[in-house]
Design a protein around this ligand. Structure first.
Ligand code: TXA
Ligand code: MG
Length: 392
């Protein structure tokens, strides 16, 4: 804690910045150009940015996050033409995706050019590049006149930040500036796509789904490590994205995911009753053992829990919290199971909220794998350390 972190608020997130907002973004850009660190909003999660071409800036990013320096950073650009300076080849497949899906939550891995320092790529000879859609991010990159290396702006291992308060919680005093541009629209990180191997592989599911990419690239697949626990002894499941091997997105409590292989798309009462009754039984044991329990509910399962545990409602920091103090139980709603974007947008916020409640165990129902469901499931599984309980 030695830096005087400035926090500035930008209200015109649609890009119609007023004069004082432009001045603030220009100040942030000057900090980046001079080797400093600025946290900024993107449509996925907040990023911790530094000059991607300056090895010291990259080393300082690792230090501020407490992140192992073999875990490469994503390089952010605001003009597709900047790719050619950063890579040694642009495959034809990449051209189509850059044309159709950029700007947006898709990160593409290329063989790197000489100007990208190994400090930025975690010693790899490939580089991950992303063109974010967020207007503040774009303006910051444009004014700094350098590509910006930015991992998610959280302390390594914690849930990624989806608003400026989350960033502040983790990094205040460690970085030069935080640009507050409100809540991230998507709420989960970008999809990381590797085009340097024989087959196009998704190393991390994210804001752009497999289905979206398949429209332009038929043979794309998930890396087998996406939904499997990494086993260092089993070479087949060593993930190609170094970041995927670390424990991630984790709140302090142990999470248990309870799911069936059959997901109901419609409002199927039998399914909601079934899954909540299984979870309530598990919680009964914890209550007997005097543990503080947390529940992640959807709009669809909320009523079952509220009735079963006789819970009360309070609204704190924009989140509805249901609780019963005699039973030491706290519940947050993650979204509507039929609107998966709502679940993506709230997941990290809810995981962080449990940390403030001193909860010891958290239970969540599962989410199906379609569209952004794959990214949600990947983050939930990792947050739970793959503690998944199948019920049928
Ligand atoms: O949405 C996002 O991608 C956010 C925002 C800020 O843009 N950034 C982000 O960065 O999530 P980070 O560093 O938290 O995650 C980057 C992931 C890691 O799993 C990393 O290992 C992988 O991408 N990655 C980066 N460069 C890579 C490379 N050259 N080869 C393989 N994986 C790479
Ligand atoms: Mg991250």
């Amino acid at each position: 804690m030695n830096k005087d972190t400035r926090i500035v608020k930008i209200k015109n997130t649609n890009g119609d910045f007023d004069k004082s907002e432009l001045e603030e973004i220009a100040r942030a850009a000057a900090i980046i150009k001079n080797g400093g660190l600025v946290a900024f909003p993107t449509e996925t999660v907040y990023g911790l940015g530094g000059n991607a071409l300056n090895p010291d800036a990259s080393m300082n990013i690792y230090k501020a996050k407490g992140r192992p320096s073999d875990n490469p950073l994503i390089v952010h650009i605001a003009d597709k033409n900047d790719v050619k300076n950063l890579v040694s080849v642009i495959p034809e497949t990449a051209k189509v995706l850059m044309d159709k899906l950029w700007p947006g939550p898709l990160t593409i891995i290329f063989p790197k050019s000489e100007i990208v320092p190994f400090e930025t790529t975690g010693k790899l000879d490939t580089v991950a590049i992303r063109f974010p859609e967020n207007k503040i991010a774009q303006k910051l990159i444009e004014l700094s006149k350098v590509p910006i290396a930015a991992p998610s702006a959280n302390t390594s291992g914690r849930p990624s930040p989806t608003n400026a308060e989350h960033v502040s919680e983790d990094l205040f005093g460690k970085i030069d500036m935080i640009i507050d541009g409100g809540s991230s629209v998507i709420g989960l990180e970008s999809t990381v796509l590797d085009l340097t191997g024989e087959k196009p592989l998704i190393l991390r599911p994210g804001g752009i789904s497999l289905e979206d990419i398949k429209k332009y690239l038929h043979n794309v697949e998930f890396d087998p490590a996406v939904l499997k626990k990494v086993d260092e002894k089993n070479q087949a499941f060593i993930p190609k994205a170094p970041g995927m091997k670390y424990k991630h997105y984790a709140p302090k409590a142990q999470i248990t995911i309870v799911e069936t292989d059959e997901y109901k798309k419609s409002d199927d009462k039998t399914y909601y009753e079934f899954i909540t009754s299984k979870i309530c039984n598990m919680i009964a044991d914890d209550i007997n053992n005097k543990l503080n329990v947390g529940v992640i509910a959807t709009i669809q399962t909320l009523d079952y829990y509220v009735k079963h545990f006789n819970m009360y409602l309070v609204e704190e920091n924009g989140l509805k919290r249901y609780y019963n103090n005699e039973k030491n139980i706290t519940l947050f709603i993650i979204g509507d199971i039929n609107i998966k974007d709502s679940i993506a947008a709230n997941l990290f916020k809810v995981l962080r909220a449990f940390d403030h409640e001193n909860v010891q165990k958290i239970y969540s129902e599962g989410v199906d794998k379609e569209d952004i469901g794959m990214a949600i499931r990947n983050r939930l599984y990792k947050a739970a350390g793959y503690n998944v309980f199948k019920v049928d």
